[in-house]
Design a protein around this ligand. Structure first.
Ligand SMILES: O=P(O)(O)OC[C@H]1O[C@H](OP(=O)(O)OP(=O)(O)O)[C@H](O)[C@@H]1O
Ligand SMILES: Nc1ncnc2[nH]cnc12
Length: 243
């Protein structure tokens, strides 16, 4: 269901998702970075006009090394937060200083490789997008702006409803948080159904931002969330592919 945006008005909650019973079996992440990102819809490389250190082969090989380090750290929990859901726990990355640095560097490399100009603003989604959005923004020389769950931001806000893998909710952004024409990258830890990210993207566009794309640490492939997004999507790791 595409997200709907409102001017700080309270809309009827969307329909509950039904994906829980169809969750595929537990399996470790399959962070086949290059093959994943070669698929349709991944960001094309724009490296040809870049300085040598930012050319595609150099970055791709460093990215491969970094994602290999990250792949073993994710944990899965069955039936959390509700029956049928396999919860992907990304917190071990942040518990380990070296892995944390690896993550930020991998995301930075991706953005350097993918875009001629870095974003003006990194938009992070409440709450796990706040774990690395600000650090990535600092590295990129960009500002950081939050998308928050409804009722947490003061002042005039735009609101969008959405449905996610295990629930439904509302996102808000402050109406002046992104200036018209600013280039925006939306970041979050996980894309599952894509409902959260699509709602965030719709808010960015409503504020007049130019949506450069979406960046995630992990994609739950079987839910095909990227189909809901109308800007390039990049994920470091993938998991829970149907076997
Ligand atoms: O692609 P979707 O199906 O929309 O699901 C992905 C979203 O779900 C999780 O957030 P959650 O709303 O659970 O909040 P949290 O970050 O506060 O834990 C996750 O961090 C993403 O934001
Ligand atoms: N399976 C999952 N694990 C962790 N976070 C999620 N957000 C949506 N689906 C999720």
């Amino acid at each position: 269901m595409p997200p709907t945006t409102h001017d700080n008005t309270i809309a009827k909650p969307p329909t509950k998702p039904s994906a829980t019973a169809e969750h595929p079996p537990l399996q470790k992440p399959d962070p086949t970075l290059e093959s994943n990102n070669a698929r349709e819809g991944r960001l094309p490389s724009t490296a040809s006009s870049r300085a040598p250190e930012f050319t595609s082969p150099a970055i791709s090989s460093e990215l491969n090394l970094l994602t290999t380090r990250l792949r073993g750290s994710l944990r899965q929990f069955e039936d959390f937060p509700s029956p049928g859901i396999i919860f992907e726990d990304i917190f071990p990355i942040f518990a380990d200083c070296a892995l944390h640095g690896t993550l930020i560097r991998a995301l930075e490399l991706h953005v350097l490789q993918a875009y001629e100009q870095p974003p003006d603003v990194v938009v992070g989604l409440d709450a796990r997008g706040f774990l690395f959005g600000p650090s990535l923004a600092l590295r990129l020389g960009a500002g950081f702006v939050p998308v928050r769950k409804r009722g947490k931001l003061p002042g005039k806000c735009e609101t969008a409803s959405f449905v996610k893998e295990y629930g439904e909710d509302y996102f808000q952004m402050q109406s002046d948080a992104v200036k018209r024409g600013q280039k925006v990258l939306v970041v979050d830890d996980i894309i599952a159904t894509g409902g959260s990210a699509a709602a965030a993207g719709s808010l960015v566009k409503k504020l007049g931002g130019e949506l450069l794309g979406y960046v995630f640490i992990l994609e739950l492939d079987f839910l095909q969330g990227r189909a809901k997004l109308d800007a390039p999507v990049y994920t470091l790791l993938s998991s829970q592919a149907k076997s």
